[in-house]
Design a binder for this molecule. Sequence first.
Ligand SMILES: C[S@@+](CC[C@H](N)C(=O)[O-])C[C@H]1O[C@@H](n2cnc3c(N)ncnc32)[C@H](O)[C@@H]1O
Length: 256
Amino acid sequence: MTLGSHISPLARSHIEQADVVFAGLSDGIVELWLNKMHTDVRSLQPYYREGKSRMQTYRQMVDAILTEVRAGKRVCGVFYGHPGVFAWAPHKSIEIARSEGYPAHMEPGISAEDCLYADLGIDPGRFGCQHFEASQLLFYQRRIDPTAYLVLWQVGLVGDQSLARFSTGPAYKQVLVDVLARDYPLDHELIIYRSATLPIQQPRIERVRLGDLPQAKVEMADTVVVPPARPLQPDTEIRARLAALDIATAGEAGVA
Ligand SMILES: C[S@@+](CC[C@H](N)C(=O)[O-])C[C@H]1O[C@@H](n2cnc3c(N)ncnc32)[C@H](O)[C@@H]1O
């Protein structure tokens, strides 16, 4: 995620030992840095084009990677963050390679998710944490738990059914607000978050009321965090059942 610091020794070694490296990175400067690690780095960035379906782009990326695998090369795909988090092409490449009998492995990376826990001081274990791709939250009937954190990915292009746009406007974000307003008050404070991709940068941490989200600037690389709006509700029935179990198991232990 951040140039220079967020790469494991093992990931670096896979890059250095590959015959061909494909780069699915978010930042041109990070790509320049990768170019210093290997002489044959091929950018996947040119496959993206506004107006072209991202599914077509992803399939072309997988084809490019698999063509080199089938040619007998050692291939390393480098994707920013964690290559398996909200990323279709890395999973698909590995799935196809394995189905054709080639050994394939995914090395985990430091995701935007990991950075947000650190930068925002959030422990997902405290109240629980749901993650949704923002458009999926609109396209399908999902159950939001407002006593947990909610992390929304790809809000910058929320509601894009064409899969071909790089951003959607305030009217689309208003639909997201209307869906969230079923579970949260309009004055509930959300966090627009972007982790640093260069060591000289600071993360973007901007607080905005839910009702003001349509007018807020939310870009491709931003993630929106919705903190819990309600306290956890004790489940008295289940607690009573567990207490009864405690008594029963203590009794069994006493008999034994
Ligand atoms: C296609 S996903 C890729 C995620 C990436 N694989 C990862 O592990 O973070 C793109 C989404 O990731 C999130 N994202 C990407 N870069 C980010 C950054 N620098 N800070 C926060 N979120 C980011 C945004 O929600 C963005 O819309």
